[in-house]
Design a protein around this ligand. Sequence first.
Ligand SMILES: *[C@@H]1O[C@H](CO)[C@@H](O)[C@H](O)[C@H]1NC(C)=O
Ligand SMILES: *[C@@H]1O[C@H](CO)[C@@H](O)[C@H](O)[C@H]1NC(C)=O
Ligand SMILES: *[C@@H]1O[C@H](CO)[C@@H](O)[C@H](O)[C@H]1NC(C)=O
Length: 389
Amino acid sequence: MDPVGEKKWGDILSWIAISVTLVIAAVDGRECNFPAIFNFGDSNSDTGGLSAAFGVKYAPPPNGITFFHSPSGRLSDGRLIIDFIAQSLDLPYLSAYLDSVGSNFTHGANFATIGSPIRPLNTTLSQSGYSPISLDVQFLQLSEFKARSKIARKQGRIFRELLPKEGYFSEGLYTFDIGQNDITAGFRVNITSEEVNAYLSDVLSQFSNVIRNVYEEGGRSFWIHNTGPLGCLPYVLDGYGYSMRSDQLDKLGCAKPLNKVSQDFNRKLKEAVVQLRKQLPEAAITYVDVYTVKYNLISNAQKYGFKEGLIACCGHGGKYNFNNGARCGATKEENGKEVVIAKSCKDPRSRIIWDGIHYTQAANHWIFQQIASGSFSDPPLPLNMACNV
Ligand SMILES: *[C@@H]1O[C@H](CO)[C@@H](O)[C@H](O)[C@H]1NC(C)=O
Ligand SMILES: *[C@@H]1O[C@H](CO)[C@@H](O)[C@H](O)[C@H]1NC(C)=O
Ligand SMILES: *[C@@H]1O[C@H](CO)[C@@H](O)[C@H](O)[C@H]1NC(C)=O
């Protein structure tokens, strides 16, 4: 099922870009053939982790309405960028590591959870809304997963059909999309640039520790997304307590202070990647500029076949169809029955923003096509060549 509908010029151009790079890849035979994906992140790439651990209320219906037709632990109407990554590498959708029912980890695992920060925040999920499964915990899970998979596979057949081969941990692709929650947790109105600088430096040093630890465990291919333009999300614009003044909005209506912090984070992330390349000589580390792709999409929504750049599809009222007290899927009791008051719009395929914080499947697919070609990567290699051979 193609979520995108009619081909638009952007799609055609990226199709050409992908085709050209595929031809180049085929000519010099540098395709990586990743046998597995190990993903680390937050709600941008959670495929069921937080729901498995804390309940489906964290990704209630109508999440999943377009593609899985039931809540799948993802915050979107359908697939996420990580799903399109898996699909394009001919691998199954990733099971969440924390999901003990029906999971199949032969081709990797997903450690991401909704609300995960890089740094542990020392608050519970119910206090702050941030997940306790921070990036350092996700790394510990990978380490356990690797050690215990090796032992379990020796025990026999069913484990061999559920867990990755030992070699997959070094041949696999390690993907990262995390940092957004550190930014929103650390940011406040009137924060000074020195303070921003200090907390971002700490966040990025903890990020680099995890990359080094994964390398120690044998990981060699890293695909790292930078963070998106957080100032363009309805939950920042309305309802998160930042209440931006009109002179703090850019020409698209995005909050400049939050986009500035996102860009500061991205600049430091890129610097961290440069340092990591020096420290980890056998690693292939690809830095992917998702920020530019998302901002470009929001800037040119109509040109790419979308309506309503900043208005959420699923929500309940407010300027951006986002209400922090009644997020997508929120219910109310009416005559003794629970009824959903924050519903999906008629056609999620025509929207970019799904629930005020996350993107629709149609937007995720568009973003995936842009980044898979390598046009937004440093080094500029397509996804299927992001390894050292
Ligand atoms: C969480 O607590 C630890 C130990 O007290 C501390 O080192 C760390 O800085 C705290 N994290 C944050 C984000 O405040
Ligand atoms: C898990 O997935 C792999 C690859 O898709 C498949 O070969 C294997 O049979 C599956 N395991 C089970 C128990 O179904
Ligand atoms: C932020 O600074 C402005 C101007 O300096 C001041 O009017 C405002 O009260 C401050 N806001 C907070 C939350 O401190």
